[in-house]
Ligand binder design. Structure first.
Ligand code: GLN
Length: 311
């Protein structure tokens, strides 16, 4: 295999020239304004070696990638009791779909579709104020990344608040089933701000290291979650992290991954690397078009698919 830095820079050069870049999300106005020509990639190996290319240091709206970190915190707060209020099965439906909630009594299929992530935000609220939950989330990602320069983009949060009618419908619907314990406005306040976290590919890959290394930050040696919990979060990312495109992502890439409508994807090669890619143009399922292609090429050239025979 050629050296990893060469693979990463080759992929960035190929993506810069790619003709079909997908279309940036248009339902959240600040996301529609992002230049679809951007592409960034960060690959951090277990020993801390970091390979960056393209716009790897440019911050973008991580959107639903944040659901991985919110889930990690909610499991820390209430453990397996979380699964009384949200399932662990792929939905096969769009990320913002309401259709299954009626027949499934307000219990979302998984924590990564919007309905599930809204329940997770409600769990995080517990007895706290929205401001405290967001403070805890920021402390978590900053500590996991080992960087203080990670912020919430207030303009994006506000735009989501102004345009998030579907999310309001989901929250109100689940509240009617008793699966939301706080006023929908409070829970959605947490959810919208969590989605508005702004990070670069480098910061996102740094944050994801605990999922690559059995729950431990491999640089500091600090345990963030148990090895079992890291394994299980990875399993959910593989099966549900790309919504109704999760099967396709597993087929093409073969890594646990979580996408966001800002065009970011966090992908984990367990024991090997934490990877973040960003390109704002989305495919028809709302997942980054070139981000997926870049990961597909990375895995083809490194043999990092979890389905690759080992040893
Ligand atoms: N904030 C976005 C929404 O609620 C997140 C969706 C996503 O990234 N898939 O619609």
């Amino acid at each position: 295999m050629p050296d990893l830095s060469t693979i990463v820079s080759d992929i960035a050069a190929e993506m810069a020239a790619a003709p079909d870049r997908g279309i940036p999300a248009d339902y959240i106005p600040p996301l529609a304004a992002v230049d679809p020509g951007r592409f960034g990639i960060a690959v951090i190996e277990r020993d801390g070696t970091c390979h960056l290319a393209g716009d790897a240091d440019e911050s973008f709206s991580i959107q639903s990638v944040s659901k991985v970190f919110a889930l990690t915190l909610a499991l820390g707060a209430v453990g397996d009791q979380l699964w009384r209020r949200v399932g662990r099965e792929p939905s096969g439906s769009a990320f913002n779909s309401i259709v299954q909630l009626e027949t499934e009594h307000g219990v979302p299929r998984n924590p990564f579709i919007n309905a599930g992530a809204i329940v997770v935000a409600d769990v995080l609220l517990g007895r706290n104020q929205p401001r405290e939950v967001l403070g805890e989330l920021l402390r978590f990602v900053r500590a996991a990344a080992g960087e203080d320069g990670i912020f919430i983009d207030e303009a994006v949060a506000r735009a989501e608040q102004d345009t998030g009618h579907r999310n309001m419908a989901l929250a109100n619907y689940m509240r009617a089933f008793g699966n939301l314990h706080h006023p929908p406005e409070a829970t959605l306040g947490v959810y919208f701000h969590q989605c508005a976290l702004a990070m670069s590919c480098r910061q996102l890959a740094l944050t994801g290291r605990y999922l690559m290394a059995g729950g431990i930050n491999p640089t500091t040696g600090h345990s963030i979650v148990s090895a079992q919990r890291a394994r299980r979060i990875n399993a959910l990312m593989l099966t549900c992290g790309h919504y109704d495109g999760s099967g396709e992502f597993a087929y093409r890439v073969g890594l646990p991954g979580k996408s966001g409508v800002g065009g970011g994807i966090l992908a984990i090669a367990p024991g090997i690397a934490s990877i973040a890619v960003w390109s704002p143009g989305l495919n028809e399922r709302g997942n980054s078009q070139l981000g997926t292609l870049a990961l597909e090429r990375l895995v083809q050239r490194t043999g990092w698919s979890i389905f690759e025979p080992r040893g």
